[in-house]
Ligand binder design. Structure first.
Ligand SMILES: C[S@@+](CC[C@H](N)C(=O)[O-])C[C@H]1O[C@@H](n2cnc3c(N)ncnc32)[C@H](O)[C@@H]1O
Length: 240
């Protein structure tokens, strides 16, 4: 599963950056998450591990707040895009850092990509100092103006390896957590752009090769029109 996720993101660099340039969605998520984390940290928020840093969208946001931000990702190709911060190619489940190394560990749109987020949550707890904070955002999907999942109407499910509920439960096992939901008004065209990213189209067609799955997602979403709401769950926990 992890090798598949790594390959999916290795194949996604240019489409990911194109989506971000068009929408700024991941920057917005990282900014909101950083603000929640900084508010809840018990003590300084000066060193942050950006876990699942990708091409560095979230890393740049956290680097604006913290003196030391380390970017970690399993995908070499995503990480290659990032020039400024220290970069570490590694898996959430085996963080190559000593106990208590960070004031914050941020999973901006990344923790739902592992099949068992509890392992990564325990690793985050280990590398955080007491009073340090973990933060995660996980997708709740896309709904139309009536609040109906847009994929239900298309007779298709959009799934990630772990759901937002699993991410929240995993973090709640290791931290004292607070959670909420962020809602973004967006357009059908941006839903299509999102699924032009091979790693995101894998939510719909996990068993197809990258080009084929993006083409199938494009066909599926062709007729979608109007305004769509994208929902993300956020969870912030304090290390005890
Ligand atoms: C949707 S991207 C988010 C990137 C970045 N945080 C942002 O806001 O743009 C998710 C990232 O998590 C990484 N990832 C997924 N599973 C991982 C794992 N087990 N260990 C480390 N990184 C992982 C992926 O390679 C990908 O770059």
């Amino acid at each position: 599963m992890k090798a598949v996720v790594r390959t999916n993101f290795d194949d996604s660099v240019s489409a990911y950056d194109a989506y971000e340039q068009r929408t700024g969605r991941f920057t917005a998520l990282a900014r909101l998450l950083a603000a929640e984390m900084a508010t809840r940290a018990d003590g300084p928020f000066a060193s942050v591990l950006d876990a699942g840093a990708g091409t560095g969208v979230s890393t740049r946001v956290f680097a604006d707040r913290a003196q030391r931000t380390v970017a970690l990702d399993i995908s070499r190709e995503m990480l290659r895009e990032l020039e400024a911060a220290p970069r570490v190619e590694a898996d959430f489940d085996h963080l190559p850092f000593a106990d208590g190394s960070f004031d914050g560990v941020a999973f901006t749109a990344s923790l739902f990509l592992v099949p068992d987020p509890a392992v990564a949550a325990r690793e985050a707890a280990r590398v955080l100092r007491t009073g340090g904070v973990v933060g995660a955002v996980a997708p709740l999907g896309w709904v139309d103006v009536d609040g109906t999942d847009i994929f239900a109407a298309l007779d298709r499910e959009s799934r990630s390896p772990a759901g937002a509920d699993e991410v929240e439960a995993a973090l709640a096992d290791s931290f004292a957590v607070t959670a909420g939901t962020w809602r973004f008004a967006t357009t059908a065209a941006d839903v299509r752009r999102f699924h032009a990213i091979p790693a995101m189209a894998a939510r719909l067609y996990p068993n197809l090769a990258a080009e084929e799955r993006v083409a199938k997602a494009r066909d599926l979403l062709e007729g979608l029109e109007g305004t769509v709401e994208q929902r993300w769950r956020w969870i912030v926990g304090v290390a005890e």
